[in-house]
Design a protein around this ligand. Structure first.
Ligand SMILES: [Zn+2]
Length: 356
């Protein structure tokens, strides 16, 4: 059967193949219906005509590369002109450094695109001796993104509490959260977690709250209290790793990689230095300023102003938090009545990013 002639279509014309039944044979039998490409130098100038690829082709619409491919009865082959072949060259690659850009606004801060260096290739043709430099891969920006979650129709807010754990107030807040079916996120200070407060951390976890670090000692080692920027690069990283370890030592689980920096001070220089340690840094939409002790009514008022997707900043530690406790007793039932649910930061981060 393999010796029987076959009929194929070549560029629309019927051709009989009785000997070899390959793409190459069809090309020859059809009288070479396409023109060969050229041998070109590194700049694309012709060195020798006709020394490129003899042809390009597709069989039944599928582009092919091997001219010895077999053909069968009824196959349709389309030949087009062969491509050029570039002279051999010596080449060297150099990276094109990527840029770092800050983008957007909002309470959730995360690296959106890791970025990548580009590649610049310099080659010298072995025949022509010419040298050309080309960008063979464009660099991609590393994007430090701040965004608002798009919670759509969902009336959800994220209650956040900093500076704990703290005697009495943390437990009182946990009681109020429980009474309102509320989940919250606690940004704890590592050196406050000890034998006397470990049970509070365990209770936070057991009751479905998210426990994160607010650094080891609130960046106090800088002498400026609330700003990682004033610390050395090593100290900045230690503040976070020690803060996370304090949590995992108590819970026996890996700590959340979501953090809140002391004072919310998180310039890009600090971010770049600690980004491998974290998945996100969290700011806020509503600052209740409860640490100033403006009275429980003022704090409650601030909480009640929440709109869907808001992150609300409060404190369960750092001083007498009785005003915060009183405010929550009033504001949470109020918001709950309006149809709000109280979710963790991890849950909030499940929503898409608003495009602002
Ligand atoms: Zn704080």
């Amino acid at each position: 059967m393999s010796n029987a002639p076959i009929t194929v279509s070549v560029n629309g014309n019927s051709i009989d193949l009785s000997g070899a039944k390959t793409v190459q044979a069809a090309f020859e039998a059809a009288g070479e219906p396409a023109k060969a490409g050229n041998l070109v130098d590194v700049e694309g100038a012709t060195l020798e005509e006709g020394k490129g690829y003899q042809f390009s082709f597709a069989v039944n619409g599928q582009p092919g590369t091997d001219p010895t491919s077999p053909l069968k009865e009824g196959d349709a082959v389309v030949f087009s002109d062969g491509g050029d072949i570039e002279e051999e060259s010596d080449s060297t690659d150099e990276p094109i450094p990527h840029e770092t850009v800050d983008q957007g606004y909002g309470p959730i801060h995360m690296v959106d695109n890791p970025g990548a260096d580009g590649v610049k290739t310099t080659k010298t043709g072995k025949i022509s001796g010419k040298t050309v430099t080309q960008t063979t891969a464009e660099p991609q920006d590393r994007v430090y993104r701040r965004y608002y979650p798009d919670t759509g129709e969902d009336k959800v807010v994220a209650l956040t509490f900093d500076d704990g754990p703290w005697d009495t107030s943390t437990a009182e807040i946990l009681d109020i959260l429980k009474a309102n079916d509320a989940k919250a996120t606690f940004f704890t200070v590592g050196n406050r977690i000890d034998d006397s407060t470990a049970d509070l951390i365990k209770r936070e976890v057991a009751e479905g709250h998210q426990v994160c670090t607010h650094t080891w000692d609130h960046a106090a080692g800088s002498g400026q209290g609330v700003n990682l920027s004033f610390m050395s690069k090593d100290e900045q990283r230690e503040e976070i790793t020690k803060g996370m370890k304090a949590i995992s030592d108590v819970t026996g689980q890996e700590a959340s990689k979501v953090i809140r920096s002391p004072g919310g001070n998180f310039p890009t220089e600090v971010w770049m230095n600690v980004e491998d340690l974290i998945t996100a840094e969290i700011g806020w939409d509503i600052d209740t300023e409860d640490w100033r002790k403006p009275g429980s009514d003022a704090i409650a008022q601030a909480i009640k102003c929440a709109t869907p997707g808001d992150v609300i900043l409060m404190h369960d530690g750092g001083g007498d938090r009785s005003e915060t406790v009183e405010a929550l007793k009033e504001a949470l039932p109020y918001l709950k009545k309006q149809g709000f649910r109280f979710i963790t930061i991890d849950e909030l981060m499940q929503y898409p990013k608003k495009d602002i």
